[in-house]
Design a protein around this ligand. Structure first.
Ligand SMILES: Nc1ncnc2c1ncn2[C@@H]1O[C@H](COP(=O)(O)OP(=O)(O)OP(=O)(O)O)[C@@H](O)[C@H]1O
Ligand SMILES: [Mg+2]
Length: 310
């Protein structure tokens, strides 16, 4: 388990991280979300022992990062922001070097490097110097360094930054596959990614935790949660909207946009209600409009994120 206890960091008079506490168990993938400058990277740097906290600490698998830094760091794999790697080394030499400082020798070292090269799709470029790699490949080399020693705890600062959609998908799959045996914290600005990968999300704003919940639960905090969206063709959409607004349990109904013969309509419930869709469809069948698209909104993370952090 990773246990973060009252972690705080001040740079001069500026508070970057303000009394942050949480725990992450094995099997969990914790998404760390927040606007730019919220304190995500600073928190990760403290958890991994890269910078000392002003107060508080992190305990990694029973080892306090301040008092038992080496045993704690042995258990951690860390992908820092912006993939800091040695540009003059070849991919192979860099990973062999990382393996060596992680304590691998001889055949074990070669095996760890080759396996990691393969996992991270780097075998074809292993003899290339890092400064000749594209941004996405450099990111993958840094990711490879983080997982090389099969650590119990993974701290990944924007792991899919700079990757193309296929590689994003591969890295997400890899993270999910590894999760059963590890506790993983990753930061991301991509809300869909958090939804697809993370079992839990912490939203941080101005150095403080402002939400800690499963992505699905966070979505239910969206104003859109439970709203019914329809695309109507023909007929009199204004009349349908007026009728829908009078349905029991409906808070409001409005036309979002109209184009040619089509109108996008959204109906907001007073409270999420599974039976509401059916009532709306009955009202629709009694109107002169036809629907080409109907769906119940689960809620949107971007809307929740904006509301919580702004
Ligand atoms: N070494 C430093 N000296 C002074 N201020 C710093 C230092 N490192 C970080 N900060 C400040 O701390 C705050 C938090 O920065 P941090 O890098 O943790 O944000 P972040 O949440 O990772 O943002 P982003 O999404 O842009 O990566 C920022 O205001 C930043 O300017
Ligand atoms: Mg950052």
């Amino acid at each position: 388990m990773i246990e973060i206890r009252n972690l705080a960091k001040k740079f001069g008079t500026k508070t970057a991280v303000d009394d942050v506490s949480f725990k992450v168990e094995k099997g969990e993938i914790l998404g760390f979300l927040g606007p730019n400058a919220a304190g995500k990277s600073t928190t990760m740097r403290m958890i991994t022992g890269f910078i000392p906290p002003t107060s508080g600490t992190a305990v990694i698998g029973g080892h306090d990062i301040l008092t038992e830094s080496i045993p704690a760091r042995r258990k951690i794999g860390y992908l820092p922001e912006n993939a800091p790697v040695y540009p003059d080394m070849t991919v192979f030499d860099y990973l062999a070097f990382c393996a060596e400082i992680r304590g691998f020798r001889g055949g074990k070292r070669s095996r760890a490097v080759e396996e990691t090269l393969e996992k991270c799709f780097l075998t074809d470029v292993k003899r290339q110097t890092i400064n000749t790699l594209s941004k996405g490949f450099r990111q993958r080399v840094c990711f490879a360094q983080a997982i090389l020693h099969d650590p119990e705890y993974l701290i990944l600062d924007e792991p899919t930054d700079g990757l193309d959609p296929n590689q994003k998908h591969e890295v997400r799959l890899m993270i999910k596959e590894m999760a059963a045996r590890k506790a993983i914290i990753l930061s991301t600005h991509i809300l869909d990614e958090m939804d697809a990968v993370c079992t839990r999300a912490i939203i941080i704003s101005r150095g403080r935790i402002v939400a800690d919940d499963a992505p699905a639960n966070l979505k239910t905090r969206s104003n859109l949660h439970g709203a019914v969206s329809l695309t109507l063709q023909g007929g009199d959409p204004e009349a349908f909207v007026a009728k829908a607004a009078r349905i029991d349990g409906v808070a409001s109904a409005k036309i979002l946009e109209k184009e040619d013969d089509a109108a996008k309509v959204r109906i907001f419930p007073k409270a999420p209600d599974a039976a509401l869709l059916n009532t709306i469809l009955v009202a629709l069948s009694e109107s002169d409009c036809r629907a080409s698209d109907v769906f119940v909104e689960q809620g949107r993370l971007d809307e929740v994120f904006r509301r919580i952090t702004s």
